[in-house]
Unconditional design. Structure first.
Length: 68
């Protein structure tokens, strides 16, 4: 699965591991949009995810079968 993070300083991309986990390290505090997509499923976007200094923010996705 491809995961894209967009914030005021730009965009970062990663892919999930075999267990579905992903990580964006070293983010500045602020608000971010996170989008997950994989072929054969509808993409899903979470907006205004809050990231605080020294804290871990979790964003889980449950994609539904469908076209991109």
């Amino acid at each position: 699965m491809s995961v894209t993070l967009t914030g005021k300083t730009g965009t970062r991309n990663t892919t999930t591991g075999a267990d579905g986990s992903y990580r964006f390290a070293g983010l500045d505090p602020g608000s971010y949009d996170v989008r997950a997509e994989v072929t054969g499923f509808r993409p899903l976007k979470r907006e205004n995810v809050s990231v605080a200094l020294g804290k871990t923010s979790a964003v889980d996705f449950a994609l539904k079968v469908g076209g991109m």
